[in-house]
Structures are given as structure tokens and as C-alpha cells.
Design a protein around this ligand. Structure first.
Ligand code: GUN
Length: 291
């Protein structure tokens, strides 16, 4: 088994969620409700949010999408967030990032009620996650842990090199991989743009989690034979042979690295679908239903 098939595993999770939602509906209870705020017209953000709404429909969740002009003021956005915080019919919501430059992202994340913060970006949730307390775990790192779990990959004592220290992926996954949890217990190195001897470090990795956003950065000569590779990169690269005018590339030169590693996530169809499944799982949690 080589491919860590995020598409298949995420479908399994969605099937499990749908069973729970159907049971709720039989009992005449309202389904979980996820809302999303999207500011501006960034193509990638539009695609991500549409996928999240589609996934809600697939499992029987209610979803609401609030789209705002890119010129919206910070105050207007904060007011809308407060409305969602107070809306008893909405269990959880996300504010799709990035936001336009006139808006202070930190202020926005702090204004989201921690009980509805299904992205797990609020400092209270992030802090609880770091302390191994019950909390919303950011969907992408949560998806990586779940994928390793479902394939029963032994991570204990392995050297895990995380590439990238973003608050959404690199930082939280580096914390989770070191924790005393199933699919954790690894020895973690968090590498970033200032890391020296990066290639030597990557070569010692038993597990590589790459969240750089540099298409095909990881080449076969950088990788130890038998390593496990989790590719979080999703970059749009111009491609005239594709109808859309672009294709999606991961951080790993997949074709060349595939023969060397023991497991690898494809792009697309690896971490991306897992992120969406875990957002749904967090929304279940916000509705006080745990899988
Ligand atoms: N932008 C890129 N990834 C994410 C995510 O997981 N959540 C939100 N809200 N914005 C993102």
C-alpha cells in the first residue's frame, strides 16, 4: 500500500457523518449547520469554500455562505461575525483566509466565539490543542493525523520533519506529531525559510510533512528510501493543456519520489479532501455530536 488515499478516507468519514445526521433527522432534530464567510474574489478561496459547502450538502448538514466585497471594512466584518456568534441556529463557522489587507486577521480570529471556531484558529482553541486539552483542532493537521491513523501507520519514535511554520498547518502539525497520541509520539523537527542544511535534515526524515507551497520542491535525491510523505502543498501552476488554464501541484515531485517512499499522499486527492472531512467533524463536535 503506497498511496494514502485521502479522497477515499474522506468519503468513509463523510459516510459515517451522514449516518449520524440521518439519525438526527429521524428524531426530528435539526442537522448541524456550518456557515462560511468569504471576502473578495480570490479564485482559490472561492474553490475551497465551494468544496466545503458541497461537502455539507453531501452529509446532510445545513450550510450558509456569506460573501462580502473585498472593500468591506473591518468593523462591518466584525459586526457580521458577532451576528453569527449569537445565531443559535449556527453551530460553527469559518472565515476563509486570507483576508484583504485593510482587515486585521488577528482581530477577526479573536472575535470568533471559541465554541463556534470549527477552524480551531482562536488562541483559546490553539492553546488547548497545544496543551492536549479537548478543543477544535485545525482541520488540515487534524486530517493528517486522521489519515495516518486510518492507515495504521506507526509514527512512534520516528523522525518527522515538518516543512513550513504557518499557523494553519506547519506549527500545529509539529505540535500534534510530538504529542502522546496515536499517530503522534514522533521526534519532530520544524524546518522553515531560515533553516540551515535543509536538504540534509530532510534526508534524515522518516516522515516528511511538507506545507511550503513550492511546487515540486521535494526531489527524490532529498528523500530517504522508505520514508512516509505527506504533501500539503496545493499550488496553481499555469497549464495551457488544461481547460482551466492551470493545474494543481503539490510540494513533492510525485512521479519521481513515488518509487522511493513507503507511503505518499497524492495532490490532489490526499490532504485536501481530509481537511474538508475534518471541518465537518469539527462541526459535529460544535453541535455536541462526536464521532
Ligand atoms: N485558508 C487556507 N486554508 C484555510 C482553512 O483551513 N481555513 C480557513 N478559514 N481559511 C483557510
Amino acid at each position: 500500500m503506497k498511496i494514502l488515499d485521502g479522497k477515499k478516507v474522506s468519503q468513509d468519514i463523510k459516510d459515517e457523518i451522514k449516518i449520524l445526521v440521518d439519525q438526527l433527522k429521524i428524531k426530528n432534530k435539526r442537522p448541524p449547520h456550518l456557515a462560511a464567510i468569504l471576502v473578495g474574489n480570490d479564485g482559490a478561496s472561492l474553490t475551497y469554500v465551494s468544496s466545503k459547502v458541497k461537502a455539507c450538502n453531501q452529509v446532510g448538514f445545513k450550510s450558509s455562505l456569506f460573501k462580502f466585497d473585498e472593500k468591506i471594512t473591518e468593523n462591518e466584518l466584525l459586526k457580521h461575525i458577532e451576528t453569527l456568534n449569537l445565531d443559535k441556529e449556527i453551530d460553527g463557522f469559518i472565515v476563509q483566509l486570507p483576508l484583504p489587507k485593510q482587515i486585521d486577521e488577528e482581530k477577526v480570529l479573536l472575535s470568533i466565539s471559541p465554541e463556534k471556531d470549527v477552524d480551531g484558529f482562536h488562541p483559546l482553541n490553539f492553546g488547548k490543542m497545544a496543551l492536549e486539552m479537548d478543543s477544535f483542532i485545525p482541520a488540515t493537521p487534524f486530517g493528517i493525523i486522521e489519515l495516518l491513523n486510518r492507515y495504521q501507520i506507526n509514527t512512534k519514535g520516528k523522525h518527522c520533519v515538518v516543512l513550513g511554520r504557518s499557523q494553519i498547518v506547519g506549527r500545529p502539525i509539529s505540535i500534534l506529531m510530538s504529542q502522546k497520541i496515536k499517530s503522534g509520539n514522533a521526534t519532530v523537527t520544524l524546518a522553515h525559510s531560515q533553516t540551515k542544511n535543509l536538504q540534509n535534515i530532510i534526508k534524515t526524515a522518516d516522515i516528511i510533512i511538507s506545507a511550503l507551497g513550492i511546487p515540486e520542491f521535494i526531489k527524490p535525491e532529498m528523500v530517504k528510501r522508505g520514508s512516509i510523505i505527506i504533501d500539503v502543498g496545493i499550488t496553481r501552476v499555469e497549464d495551457t493543456s488544461n481547460q482551466k488554464g492551470y493545474s494543481i501541484k503539490g510540494d513533492v515531485d510525485f512521479e519521481k519520489v513515488f518509487p522511493i517512499c513507503s507511503y505518499i499522499t497524492p495532490v490532489p486527492g490526499g490532504v485536501g479532501p481530509m481537511t474538508i472531512a475534518m471541518l465537518l467533524k469539527n462541526t459535529l463536535r460544535a453541535r455536541n455530536l462526536l464521532l
